[in-house]
Design a binder for this molecule. Structure first.
Ligand SMILES: N[C@H](CCC[C@H](N)C(=O)O)C(=O)O
Length: 280
């Protein structure tokens, strides 16, 4: 067999949204294939494909067009992923010849649409602002957590800990991120965002993701940060966020938090039977 012939393996796609990168496996019409071991192996940037999140597409539930499951590169599950939702929605919309779609995630039913300029928006739903649903481990004010730096906790279907700092560029994102990720106040651990106000309704944000580490962008993190910024009186409800990998827009409307940004489909490939057999 020459090297360009598709082997008898498992097809996948590689996509990214503002540099937040994904392996996408399309399991519509069959059972789910992802296991924690496969997610970890695939997420290895040297021995696998490498990704920030793995998104598995499954048949639509509750009358929606498709269902999405998310995994982190350490093999853990993520309840929400805004950028992968935008990327996969674009893919499925193209397949169906549509520019609007509904999907099911662990969060429930979400809707997405493609804008005339090619960017994709998703309604990530209402933010979770009470301590039980973030979740936090006990009753504290999520708007002022009893932690260094006076962070805000926001749930977007996954937990976020948002710190407003004078200069996000100067923050030790890995060092502090790991510390907050595993703070006992977050029983399911947390994603951690560091943000500074750089203009009216304009934030610079850097992120440490639960289960993955530093990423170039985080959509649910951008939503949580914009919500926190508005609740703290720093911005209005429409916010532009400059992330390491690009620009995301958040609009907190009455019907939910809308996230808008670029999507890219980079390549398709096949996982070899040998790779799959080694990581059941
Ligand atoms: N990058 C994703 C979020 C991943 C969150 C994940 N790290 C978790 O465990 O919650 C996004 O665009 O929303």
């Amino acid at each position: 067999m020459d090297h360009m012939t598709p082997p008898n393996g498992l097809p996948f796609l590689k996509m990214h949204g503002a540099g937040n990168d994904f392996v996408v496996i399309d399991s519509r019409g069959r059972g789910a294939v992802t296991t924690p071991a496969l997610a970890r192996a695939l997420g290895d940037r040297n021995r696998g494909v490498g990704f920030d999140q793995l998104a598995e597409i499954r048949d639509g539930a509750a009358g929606t067009d498709f269902t999405l499951d998310f995994w982190n590169s350490d093999g853990s599950r993520a309840g929400a992923c805004g950028n992968a939702t935008r990327c996969v929605s674009d893919l499925v919309m193209r397949g169906l010849g549509q520019d609007a779609i509904t999907l099911t995630t662990a969060r429930g039913t979400l809707s997405a649409r493609r804008l005339p300029d090619g960017r994709v928006s998703v309604n990530m739903g209402a933010p979770q602002l009470d301590w039980q649903s973030v979740p936090l481990s006990h009753a504290v004010d999520p708007l002022h957590l009893p932690l260094p730096g006076d962070p805000v906790a926001v749930g977007m279907g996954n937990p976020h800990c948002v710190l407003f700092v004078a200069d996000a560029e100067a923050v030790d994102v890995a060092g502090l991120g790991q510390r907050f990720e595993h703070d006992p106040l977050f029983p399911q651990h947390t994603n951690v965002e560091f943000a500074s106000l750089i203009g009216p309704d304009h934030l610079r944000m850097r992120v440490w993701e639960r289960g993955t580490g530093i990423t170039l962008a985080c959509g649910s993190g951008a939503c949580a940060t914009a919500v926190a910024a508005h609740l703290r009186g720093l911005t209005g409800r429409q916010v532009t966020l400059d992330l390491d990998g690009g620009v995301l827009q958040v609009d907190w409307r009455d019907d939910g938090v809308w996230l808008t940004g670029p999507v890219a489909h980079v390549f398709d490939g096949w996982l070899t039977p040998d790779f799959l057999a080694a990581h059941p």
